[in-house]
Design a protein around this ligand. Sequence first.
Ligand code: MLT
Length: 307
Amino acid sequence: MPETFRIQTLNAISPLGLNRLDREVFDLGTEFTDPRAILLRSADLHSYEVPSSLYAVARAGAGTNNIPVDKLAALGIPVFNTPGANANAVKELVIAGMLLAARNLYHAADYTRDLVAGQELTGKDLDKAVEAGKKQFAGFELPGRTLGVIGLGAIGVLVANAAQAMGMKVLGYDPAITIERAWQLSPSVEQVTSVEELFASSDFITLHVPLVEGTKGLVNAQRIASMAEGSVVLNFARGGVVDEEAVLAALDSGHLHAYVNDFPSEAGAVHPRVIALPHLGASTGEAEDNCAVMAVDQLSDFLLHGN
Ligand code: MLT
C-alpha cells in the first residue's frame, strides 16, 4: 500500500491544478492535523505552527513574503513558488494602469456616472457637463514617454517588450543582477547603472521586484523628486517597496500625476490621485490555472520523487 500524502490547501486553488493529483496517492483537504504539504495562494503562514509532518510548501504565485521561508529552510522544508506563471496577467494590468493614468479614465468614468446618477443631469445640461469633462480629463499619449522598469524577471521583461511595442522608450534596472545579466535577459531594453538614473530619466516607473530588505522603501521622497513633473508610479510588486507617505505628498503637491497601487492602504485607497486595486495583478482565470498547475506539479514531483 503506497503512502498517502495529505495536502492542506489554505486558499482556493484552480481545479485545473488540483485535478492533476492522483487521488489514490494524494488526499486533499482544508484542515489536517498532520499535513505532508501546504498549498496556498495569499494566506499568511507567518503565525502558523509548523507541524512535524510537513515536508513542503507550495505557493500558487510568485511572491513568498506571506511564507516564513527562512524558518522553513532551517527545518529543511522547501518552499516552491511559480515565477512567470502569472506574468502575462500582471503585464496586462501594468499597461492598463499606464493608460488609466495617462488618460484620466478612472476619474473620468466616476465623473460621467455622477452626472447622471448623482446630479441627474439631462438634455442640454448633460451635454454641457460632458463638454466640460472632455476638457477636464484631457490626457497624454504613451509613445515617446519613458518607462523605467525596476526588476527584469519574467514580468519586468514582458512589460518592457509591451511598452516598446506601444512606442515607449524603456529603461531597465534590476537591483539583484549584474548589468551584463540584465542585457542578456532583455537585450532590447536600455540598461541604466543606478536606480537614481532610472528615476531621473523616467515618466513612468513600474516595480517588479520582491519585497526584501534591500527593496523596502525603494520608491522614496528623494527619488520621486528627481522624476519629471507629472510622472506616474505603478506598484504591482508589494506595498512595502514604496514609501507611501512620500508618494501621497508628491501627489498632493501635483509633482506626481498618479499612483497606481495594487496594495492599497487606508490613506492610499481614498486619495483622489491614487488608482487603488485590490491585489488584482494575478487575478485572471488563465493566471490562476497556470500558477496552480506549476505549483501542483512541483509539489507532487517533490513528494513522489524528492525533486
Ligand atoms: C504573486 O506574488 O504572484 C501574486 O501575489 C499572486 C496572487 O495574486 O495570489
